[in-house]
Ligand binder design. Structure first.
Ligand SMILES: [Zn+2]
Length: 176
């Protein structure tokens, strides 16, 4: 009698072990599906913090348009504050410049993709699909967007700021 009840208990234990493991796998698989489908933002991998750099230039014919130091740091050069939740320090936006070399510093508390548009909104300069500040692609100028030296048709505000990347907005006289 005693032996039989032990056998029953043992079978019952392994049964629940299998059920438990199955349930664990089920929760892990479906939890991941739900997390990656609905909860995590597609441009965030959950890692971080990050500190990377992208080079940015605006060139009108042979003239460099100054990219000032202090963008995202000096109050007058830190207009849009909607990305402040990603800042590593309260004294600076996650996208900022320390000097006038055109190096954009991306220092954020999460590993996510920021765009040139994010940087321009922080800076506070006017821009749209064809203009930046008062420089426009029009009858006089043609705008070429170069990402790592390669022309892209992507709207320039949607270009991602990649580590070691280079973005150039090149305005050249259009041939008439
Ligand atoms: Zn930096």
């Amino acid at each position: 009698m005693a032996g039989k009840s032990v056998r029953v208990r043992r079978r019952s234990f392994s049964h629940w072990l299998i059920v438990g493991l199955g349930l664990g796998v089920f929760i892990a698989v479906y939890g991941s599906v739900i997390y990656f489908t609905y909860i995590s933002s597609p441009d965030e991998d959950g890692g971080g913090p990050i500190h990377i750099h992208t080079s940015f230039r605006i060139v009108v014919e042979d003239r460099e348009v100054p990219i000032p130091a202090g963008i995202g740091i000096a109050p007058e050069l830190w207009r849009d504050r909607s990305l402040n939740r990603y800042s590593l320090a309260a004294t600076q936006a996650p996208l900022h410049t320390h000097d006038d070399t055109g190096v954009i510093h991306i220092e954020a508390n999460v590993n996510r993709t920021f765009t040139l548009g994010d940087f321009l909104r922080i800076w506070g300069v006017e821009f749209n699909a064809t203009c930046i500040m008062d420089i426009c692609a029009d009858n006089h100028y043609r705008l070429t967007v170069l990402v790592d030296g390669v022309e892209t048709n992507m709207p320039f505000d949607r270009v991602a700021l990649r580590d070691g990347g280079s973005i150039i907005l090149l305005f050249t006289r259009s041939q008439q």
